[in-house]
Design a protein around this ligand. Structure first.
Ligand code: ZN
Length: 435
């Protein structure tokens, strides 16, 4: 059996891939300019025309959009906004995401968009080692969530798909015991929570049939310490995925080598920019990810600012795939803490906490203010059997933080199980400053 779902595209030499992207991008800019009133106005205002794009580097002349614009345009032009480029009679699917403000924005798909989307899911699943003989238990929410239809991608690949959805943990565990799925998909914190719940009810998760866990939605899947803890709990491999409701379900996933997430660059073009200046940052450096859809027509996004902080490599992977790889998602711009002038993400703290065997792995970053300066206190829990010196443990954490992040936060060591456990998305920052 082949290692690839779509060999020609997955191992295409980068020069050729870039030519292909350029061709798709030129076509996409013509489509949005001629079909979407919003893009026409916005390009005109910035003094650019689709014909100004001669190379991929010219894309930076075009204006960016963000979640706020999507929300405003949907309110101004109901029901789907004026960024759409296909007629409603061609729409077959709609996903929606509320973001942090609670106003859902719609992302429609045409029949072709949906086909492309599911083909991309099948490709990513295949790259993580899923095969037709696998049983895939889909444990993600179905309601309006773009991750829901991923189950169809698993069916397209030929796996047996079990449509579980977001159901109570005891029912999900019962499904695991009855039909013995080999692959499942959750968030990292839920994979951890579910494993612990199983243990509490006398089931050893490692004895269940799950051998691959796909995770997305939190940085944990690319933090080696978190990945390893979930892997040993379940005796399974953890593969990190990245998706964005405004574009697609998953757009990037880990292959068997787990050295970053392979992006589907024939569907979506990636830029990484300095969030302050908008200038491109160099390969390997952290910046905000900006995405442009190359094929999706129902509502194409041109230079969408995701608010996700990433870094990437374009080095060819051991698996032979040539598409660029993200070194995981370091965090959301919204979660970034600025402490003594240093940008700190909860995922940085997580790496340190999960590496210390005297701690449970749970943590919370608390921000307070002292003399107009932000002060970070990291709350962690000691493990049950810890009987060493608390001050020493605190000091160890501070030294590690200084070494890895460059700041020395206050550390509060709590009793085991003092911090709230998340079922789906974990809250890692509490800002106690007065706004
Ligand atoms: Zn690879």
């Amino acid at each position: 059996m082949s290692n690839y779902w779509d060999k020609e595209i997955e191992i295409m030499p980068r020069e050729q891939l870039k030519k292909y992207q350029l061709e798709l991008l030129k076509n996409m800019l013509e489509i949005v300019y001629h079909r979407s009133p919003y893009y026409k106005k916005s390009f005109n205002r910035s003094g650019v025309r689709p014909s100004d794009l001669k190379s991929l580097a010219d894309l930076k002349k075009f204006p960016t959009i963000d979640k706020k614009i999507l929300r405003e345009r949907q309110q101004a032009v109901p029901d789907f906004g004026d960024l759409t480029c296909a007629e409603e009679k061609d729409f077959v699917f709609l996903s929606a995401s509320s973001g942090s403000t609670g106003v859902p924005t719609a992302s429609p798909f045409t029949g072709q968009d949906f086909e492309d989307f599911q083909d991309c899911q099948a490709r990513l699943f295949w790259s993580s080692g899923m095969r037709p003989e696998d049983r895939y238990c889909h444990a993600l929410n179905f309601t309006l969530f773009v991750g829901g239809p991923n189950v169809i991608g698993a069916m397209k690949l030929g796996a047996l798909a079990i449509w579980a959805g977001a159901i109570p943990s005891d029912r999900l565990l019962a499904i695991f015991q009855t039909w013995r799925p080999t692959v499942t998909w959750t968030t990292p914190s839920y994979a951890w929570f579910l494993g612990e719940t199983a243990k509490a009810s006398g089931i050893n998760p490692a004895d269940l049939s799950i051998r691959k866990i796909f995770v997305a939605g939190e940085p944990g899947g690319s933090i080696p310490e978190t990945q390893k803890s979930i892997e040993s709990l379940w005796n399974a491999d953890v593969y990190d995925y990245y998706g964005l409701s405004d574009i697609f379900g998953a757009c990037a996933a880990m292959c068997q080598y787990k050295e970053g997430l392979h992006w589907a660059e024939d569907h979506i073009l990636v830029e990484v920019v300095d969030p302050e200046t908008g200038e491109e940052v160099s390969e390997g450096k952290r910046g905000e990810m900006v995405l442009t859809s190359l094929k999706k027509e129902a509502r194409p996004l041109i230079r969408f600012r995701t608010g996700d902080i990433v870094s990437y490599t374009s080095q060819k992977c051991k698996c032979g795939r040539t598409h660029l790889r993200l070194h995981g998602i370091h965090g959301r711009l919204d979660d970034m803490m600025i402490i003594k002038g240093v940008n700190v993400f909860p995922s940085d703290i997580e790496t340190i906490v999960r590496n210390n065997h005297n701690l449970t792995g749970e943590y919370l970053c608390v921000i307070t203010e002292e003399k107009h300066m932000a002060v970070l206190t990291v709350e962690v829990e000691k493990i049950d059997r810890f009987n060493g010196d608390i001050e020493e443990l605190k000091n160890e954490m501070q030294i590690e933080c200084q070494k890895i992040i460059g700041i020395r936060p206050a550390v509060r060591i709590l009793e085991p199980k003092s911090l709230a456990r998340a079922t789906h998305k974990a809250i890692r920052v509490r800002d106690e400053r007065k706004m």
